[in-house]
Design a protein around this ligand. Sequence first.
Ligand SMILES: C[S@@+](CC[C@H](N)C(=O)[O-])C[C@H]1O[C@@H](n2cnc3c(N)ncnc32)[C@H](O)[C@@H]1O
Length: 190
Amino acid sequence: MDLNYYENEKNVEHYSKFTPAHDGALLIDTLVEQLPEGSSVLEIGIGPGKDFKALKKHFAVTGSDFSKLFLKKYREQDSEADLLHLDARTLETDRQFDAIFSNKALIHLTADELRQSFTRQHDILNDGGLILHSFWNGEGEWEAGDLVLRYRNENQLRDMLNGKFEILALKPHAKMADNDSVYVLARKIG
Ligand SMILES: C[S@@+](CC[C@H](N)C(=O)[O-])C[C@H]1O[C@@H](n2cnc3c(N)ncnc32)[C@H](O)[C@@H]1O
């Protein structure tokens, strides 16, 4: 089961060394342009917390992850951080947010789980709230041992968000290579 992957000390160490190459600046700048300073933001799947730290410069951010190990490691470097143990599929919290952000965290969800997550995200957003999520761009999935990554493309995301969110931007971007990623920025309807 792929979600155990990030409960393993060796995998988490490996990912934490690899992630500095990842640059979430474009995504964070996009959110900063759309959302007033100081707004409440939930980040799903903070991992080692690189984007979480950057988001904190602009917003009142709550970090979350399904991996207790990533949360424990982040807590060791920031005792004040607002952290929640949340599964992206169920998002079991009573709290409401102005925006929900993730960078390559929802890539682990199946299509049905991602639809379920978008429905829950709609529930826990304030009126007019925003989502901004980045995925690996493409179709199908990539599997290595107990790690599974699911690619998403613009058509799939448009279809999944239809009726719940108004899409403000949906475009390819580069994480490690041109157009290897796709991000969506959307506003809650209703
Ligand atoms: C590829 S890492 C990305 C981490 C970080 N966002 C980054 O850009 O470096 C995927 C993250 O999603 C988390 N994750 C995987 N499945 C999850 C789930 N169902 N709910 C919440 N987080 C999950 C993992 O624990 C991990 O922190």
